[in-house]
Design a binder for this molecule. Sequence first.
Ligand code: ADP
Length: 499
Amino acid sequence: SNGSSESALSKFKLPTIKFTKLFINGEFVDSLSGKTFETVDPRTGELIARVAEGDKEDVDLAVKAARHAFDDGPWPRLSGFERGRIMMKFADLIDEHVEELAALDTINAGKLFSIGKAVDIPQAAHGFRYYAGAADKIHGDVLKMSRALHGYTLLEPIGVVGHIIPWNFPSNMFSMKVAPSLAAGCTMVLKPAEQTPLSALYYAHLAKLAGIPDGVLNVVTGFGATAGAAVASHMDIDKVSFTGSTEVGRVVMQAAATSNLKSVSLELGGKSPLIIFDDADIDKAAELAMIGILYNKGEICVASSRVYVQEGIYDELVKKLVEKAKAWKVGDPFDPTVGHGPQVDKKQFKKILSYIEHGKREGASLLTGGKPCGDKGYYIEPTIFADVKEDMLIAKDEIFGPVLSLMKFKTVEDAIKCANNTKFGLAAGIVTKNLDVANTVSRSIRAGIIWINCYFAFDKDCPYGGYKMSGFGRDMGMEALHKYLQVKSVVTPIYNSPW
Ligand code: ADP
């Protein structure tokens, strides 16, 4: 139930909202239309603040600033070492403001404050340090060449980047996109999700304090169909890096194709399987299955929303899982004893509840949960369905909420076949002590990341992205840096030989 104690919460002072305007060319400005939109606290459904509503003409201004900063400004021309120094300073400033940033993501996205403070915000800072350390190590290769030619490659920044990001991890997404593109020497326009504009604007403020030159990082808040679409179709943006739904990813790619053929990378939806074999440690497996679906209230594209359990341990595992889900506390995300807070907004809340109704109608067995909780806000109970069939909607669609589908399997081959029976391919988990099984399954599943005896084991070094309709391109690791770089070959004759 929504049982946060008032006394634990009253100790926490809500953040004051300092930044609500667009950040263009180093200044906070109103939108040209003067329009604003509401940003809402999902704990209550109440208004937090009104934020500038950017549209096409604001995106134009932001791109102009980014273009100028790229074509004539210092950022791409600084040594990588200097860019890295400024990014390190940015990272330190993020750490200094960890409480405010975590609180902004809590009131805006319903994320746990304790996790924001301990994980999301420090990891966002760390992302800037990781790519700061890479900024002065970007280099091409000397080529062998088959004739009497000297050839080498240069790695150059791709240019002006448009980042379009979702609302589930506002701080991680900001860092994951902005840090590698800054290190590469790009300039950029970032469009945060309309549900969560607040922390991105705060990061923009810190970027300026750190010394990132005006025009290098612009933030245009606003809606997808207007501001987002203007980024995707802009003639003067060289690359769009998108994270969000598969449907919108398709629209972004179409817009890129019909405008200037800008380079595209897409990190889209998922329906990731977690496969638990008979030899697994049952407690550990139940814990992974629970965290895999409930972390961040299931609003995570790699959520383990399909759990396949081998028949020998199925009954015992399901019993443990249900016990754990029943003990899980849903409530105010500022309360440190809570497991998850509210879903991000009313639309998601309703969408998840309608999938739950669908699951019931389709004949899946509801083992626990299935209802909203609390008298206000967008809270949903941990929900577990058993007897889920492969062709049910709840087994196929990304629900993006705390709703787990359980399925039983017999053999390793069955497990592989079921796990791959999806249009998505983002992640998968395997729980087994058998190395042969782990090796076979991890190589047979078509997904961008495989976790063996763990889940959500992300690391800055670990590239992350999709197979199939989960998109293409990789965030994180050195792969992410390379998506913001171009390769140029330079060739000259050796001796005065005729070429
Ligand atoms: P969700 O459905 O989970 O909210 P979306 O894919 O709709 O995810 O949103 C991800 C990001 O894409 C957000 O910043 C949103 O504003 C943006 N967006 C939505 N529609 C479009 C569009 N037509 N063109 C470009 N960006 C869009």
